[in-house]
Design a protein around this ligand. Structure first.
Ligand code: TAP
Length: 497
């Protein structure tokens, strides 16, 4: 095993006495409570951040509200906003290795993945979103208003920023999802208070340092660290929050939706998934095996769009199962800083317990399981990856989001059986179809109940491809040009002349 050394800048940042980022300043929280951060590869405490109280949340929202009302950001020209955000992307690029290492230290994922999808992905998404600043457009509308007789009207719509946005971030991709929650709001002219997950706050705090350097005005972007049940809840309930942009689990998303409904605050919810793949008898087995091994075990399956259920037409079942077993056996397990390891620890001890619990229930029910390599000795949050063969559909790991390195393979007799079992699920985030037939590639995606459907691929996302769930996987879309709609109000203006 050869582990990449942690940069001195990363060590220094991790060990800082972190504060809250409010009104462009680093400020002490009202209380003394702190949240410890653990290295998932060792289980050791590596630092801490403030556990913000409702009073801290109020300070942050008040600062964002004041900045919004002042027009310091929303009244800047679109080009000026775009310039600041592009500068932020350049700074993320400058510090890309620091951000990648911070991510691996606090979240556990492979450093290679952190470089490509977190610090690399953040740059791409920030640049895409920066460009949206100059694409906020309304429409010109012809109207037929009959009164008073002879009156003429010119009508158009304008998109105006919705106000102060709460951006709430999960722990599976802490940096790039923070970018998804914060940056489009800024592009639309809103001000933001962001909250990271309590186990993975470091990269969002680092992004706040870069935002100051990029020239984001004071109060426009604030970060509070703290628990979901106290700081997150106070943020969502704050009367000056006009919009909540949330990525996380379905139960918390439903709870947030109820709070927002009580005062009609706007809300976008990017929630959990239980994403199926349908493998048809005419699929290319090699492509299926390499594609699904990545889609199921990338980031240890802690991916909202991960493929967790595979329905395979009978003639290919044994070949695909054997191929996936071989792929799994070849995946080395080790810490994220060991660049030769493909499977790394899960993000937290609590999550490790949860995933092991799903597997134990499957074992207790006699499920047939193909295992990956043994996990290393020690206190890291590792879970041995597993493929469960033909599980009973009533097992919790078939019906619920496991969010771990666990995939089920189920033999089906035909396309219709595959479709009906794939759709028999309360989630509807993503799905894939594996086939060499053009007609299946065209016919099946519209019949799958999922916000994104890939053909001969799975889990591939892009800033220009709208992404979001159907059913209990959420409300609203991230990405694409319609992203701006989530952070703007459409105002109709009608001028009589
Ligand atoms: P959650 O437990 O739902 O937590 C997400 C965020 O919400 C965290 O910052 C959490 O803070 C906060 N939170 C918890 N309770 C809250 C409350 N009552 N009010 C306000 N905020 C609250 O999700 P997670 O376990 O971090 O993330 C994994 C989930 O995210 C999975 O279900 C996954 O599918 C989903 N996800 C979805 C997508 C998309 S795009 N659909 C992308 C990534 C992840 P604490 O950390 O302090 O609890």
């Amino acid at each position: 095993m050869t582990e990449t050394s942690v940069l001195p800048e990363v060590q220094e940042f991790v060990s800082r006495q972190h504060q809250l980022y409010i009104d462009g300043q680093w400020v002490e929280p009202v209380g003394q409570d702190r949240l410890n951060i653990f290295d998932p590869a060792t289980g050791k405490c590596i630092g801490s951040v403030p556990d913000a109280s409702p009073a801290d949340v109020d300070r942050a929202v008040t600062s964002a509200h004041r900045a919004f009302k002042s027009g310091a950001w929303s009244a800047l020209s679109p080009c000026a906003r775009e310039r600041v955000l592009l500068r932020l992307a350049d700074l993320v690029e400058r510090d890309t290795e620091i951000l990648a290492q911070l991510e691996t230290l606090e979240q556990g994922k492979s450093l290679i993945l952190s470089r490509i999808l977190e610090s690399g992905g953040a740059q791409n998404w920030i640049r895409y979103v920066a460009g949206l600043s100059t694409k906020v457009t309304g429409q010109s509308l012809d109207v037929s208003i009959p009164l008073p007789p002879g009156a003429r009207y010119t009508s158009f719509t304008r998109k105006t920023p919705v106000g102060v946005v709460a951006g709430i971030v999960p722990w599976n991709f802490p940096l790039v999802i923070a970018v998804w929650k914060v940056l489009p709001a800024l592009a639309a002219g809103c001000c933001v208070v962001a909250k990271p997950a309590e186990t993975t706050p470091l990269t969002l705090l680092y992004l706040a340092h870069l935002a100051t350097e990029a020239g984001v005005p004071d109060g426009v972007f604030n970060v509070i660290t703290g628990s979901g049940s106290v700081a997150g809840d106070a943020l969502v309930r704050h009367p000056d929050i006009a919009k909540v942009s949330f990525t996380g689990s379905t139960p918390v998303g439903k709870h947030i939706a109820e709070i927002c409904a009580s005062r009609l605050a706007r809300v976008s919810l990017e929630l959990g998934g239980k994403n199926p793949a349908i493998v048809l008898a005419d699929a290319d087995v090699e492509q299926v095996v390499s594609g699904l091994a990545l889609a199921g075990f990338l980031n240890q399956g802690q991916v909202c769009a991960a493929c967790s259920r595979v329905y395979i037409e009978a003639p290919l079942f044994d070949k695909v199962a054997a191929g996936l077993q071989a792929a799994l056996s070849s995946m080395r397990i080790g810490p994220g800083f060991d660049e030769t390891a493909q499977i790394n620890p899960l993000a937290s001890a609590a999550h490790q317990r949860k995933v092991k619990g799903y597997l134990q229930t499957a074992i207790d029910n006699g499920a047939e399981i193909l295992w990956g390599q043994e996990v290393p000795e020690g206190d890291g949050y590792y879970v041995r990856p597993a493929i469960v063969l033909n599980p009973d559909d009533s097992l919790p790991l078939v019906r619920e989001e496991v969010f771990g390195p666990v995939m089920t393979l189920t033999r089906v007799e035909n396309v219709e059986e595959a479709l009906s079992r794939a759709n028999d699920c309360r989630f509807g985030l993503a799905a894939s179809v594996w086939t060499s037939s053009l007609s299946h590639a065209m016919d099946l995606p519209p019949r799958l109940e999922a916000g994104t459907v890939w053909v001969n691929s799975h889990v591939m996302i892009d800033p220009n491809l709208p992404f979001g769930g159907m059913k209990e996987s959420g409300i609203g879309k991230d990405f694409g040009t319609e992203w701006l709609d989530a952070f703007t109000e459409t105002k109709a203006i009608c001028i009589r002349h």
